[in-house]
Design a protein around this ligand. Structure first.
Ligand code: ADP
Length: 474
């Protein structure tokens, strides 16, 4: 993977991280909402419990005062019954503070007329949050109220004793009445404070819940948004990629059709001419003429051989991946020059070399295809009318490219054909070649991320310039 691609990927937020953020935020949201609702529910249960507490305390006060003045026994019974409500709550509070058993705590809370379904949440809130400010303040008020309830119970007991022993004088009664009223007044203050503290706490918890929800929902929405945008971009990219590949495939298909059509024709034509020549030789007795026909057959076979080797090069260039390694240009050029001796007229051409570059990092197979073809063309299209025929080969560095120049003073190419010569099966003279050579050369050069240009003048000669990169990425 290229450095550029890695950097690109690092810039894009990782899809996996985004998914993790969404999943974690969702889980946290469920968790926070669950526990906040649990806290608020327990909070509500305590407010409810407090209303039972204060209502029962007020009723008890009313019954003991009535008892004080009427000495009606039923009022005494009702007093004790109502007083057992705040006493139950007080018992539960002490049990929760001193790690009492769950059953003990629940017995107290039940006596406090709390709803059976709220008991677990009430115990859970007390045990886990008793030292957190919002609950701590309420508990302080509760703690202050419970001794007053005990005092009320003691006063009630004293009154009852006085009633039973008939020692209740009007003065004593008034004194008790004052004590009871004072106790009731103080209890009302603590009960009010208890409710206020719980109300405050539920508002704080509600606010926290709201902000937590807004934060996590925004986080989820933005992560989903980014995730969606990345996915859409990936989809569009892959769509674009598929379209480009489709176009490439269409071009390759057309090329293949053209190739199969022309190749089948070019492969058959030498066979037809060989067959014809064999027929002619059969009827010929003149040895000289037969030799001439054999020369023709030989040329036909050489051309066929060249064509088949072109097809093999074409296939190799198409199929094989680029293999970048250290390659000696001098060795490739010398190898190609050795092959040239077999081409007619090669011996009368002077070959000069100025190889400033030998080793390059490039693809050996493709460099061989390029150099072999260009050199064999330089010989094939030499001009035997010229006395001093030459081929000049140069290699040198230029602007980060290795340049390979092959120049000849051959027959040259008419200007109007300078572009066509790189097309598949384009030939100016159908007798000399298949028209595949330069097409394969161009493809091979482009596969190496290089370029090829030609300058040529008819009857003067041609110069082919190949440029291949000095470095390959990745
Ligand atoms: P071929 O196998 O026929 O040589 P190429 O693709 O190699 O096919 O070349 C295409 C045409 O380009 C040739 O028919 C020829 O006319 C022209 N050509 C190529 N190289 C040279 C050259 N060095 N000098 C003159 N003409 C050339």
């Amino acid at each position: 993977m290229s450095k550029y691609k890695i950097l690109e990927q690092m810039k894009q937020p990782n899809v996996f991280i985004l998914l993790m953020i969404i999943i974690l935020s969702g889980t946290l949201l469920i968790f926070i909402n669950y526990y906040t609702i649990k806290i608020l529910n327990a909070d509500r249960a305590y407010v409810n419990g407090e209303s039972h507490y204060s209502k029962a305390q007020k009723e008890a006060t009313r019954f003991i005062i009535t008892y004080l003045y009427t000495q009606d026994k039923s009022q005494w019974t009702l007093f004790k019954k109502e007083l057992s409500v705040p006493q139950g709550d007080g018992f539960a509070r002490i049990s929760m503070t001193h790690d009492g058993t769950e059953e003990e705590i629940k017995t107290g809370l039940r006596a406090g007329r709390n709803n059976e379904k709220d008991l677990d949440d009430m115990i859970w809130l007390f045990k886990n949050f008793h030292s957190v400010s919002f609950l701590r303040n309420a508990i302080v008020e509760w703690k202050k109220a419970d001794p007053l309830i005990d005092q009320l119970a003691t006063v009630g007991e004293e009154i009852h004793q006085k009633v039973v022993t008939e020692k209740l004088t009007p003065e004593v009664r008034d004194l008790y009445y004052k004590r009871i009223s004072k106790l009731s007044g103080r209890l009302t203050v603590h009960q009010g404070n208890f409710s206020n503290e719980l109300g405050k706490s539920s508002r704080i918890v509600k606010n926290y819940l709201f902000y937590a929800n807004v934060f996590f929902i925004l986080l989820i929405i933005s992560s989903v948004g980014i995730y969606y945008a990345i996915m859409v971009k990936k989809l569009l990219d892959s769509k674009e990629e598929i379209e480009i590949k489709n176009k490439d495939l269409t071009i390759v298909n057309k090329e293949l059709d053209h190739f199969v059509h022309s190749a089948s024709h070019d492969l058959r034509s030498p066979i037809t001419s060989l067959k014809g020549l064999i027929e002619v030789i059969r009827l010929e007795d003149d040895l000289e003429k037969i030799r001439g026909y054999l020369d023709l057959m030989d040329r036909s076979l050489i051309k066929q051989d060249q064509f088949i080797s072109d097809i093999i090069d074409y296939s190799k260039n198409k199929r094989k991946e680029l293999v970048i390694e250290s390659v000696s240009l001098c060795k490739i050029i010398d190898g190609a020059l050795d092959q040239l001796h077999y081409i007619k007229g090669a011996k009368s051409i002077a070959i000069s070399k100025q190889l400033d570059v030998d080793y390059v990092f490039s693809d050996r197979l493709r460099l061989k295809i390029v150099i072999n073809n260009l050199l064999s063309n330089a010989v094939k299209y030499s001009d035997d009318k010229k006395k001093a025929q030459f081929i000049a080969i140069k290699t040198y560095w230029s602007d980060g490219f290795c340049v390979i120049e092959i120049e000849d003073n051959g027959i040259g190419i008419m200007e109007q054909y300078h572009h066509n010569i790189f097309e598949m099966f384009f030939v100016t003279n159908s007798n000399t070649g298949s028209g595949l050579g330069l097409y394969i050369v161009k493809e091979a050069v482009e596969n190496m991320n290089g370029s090829i240009t030609v300058t040529s003048e008819i009857k003067k000669g041609s110069k082919f310039t190949v440029r291949i990169p000095q470095h390959y990425e990745g």
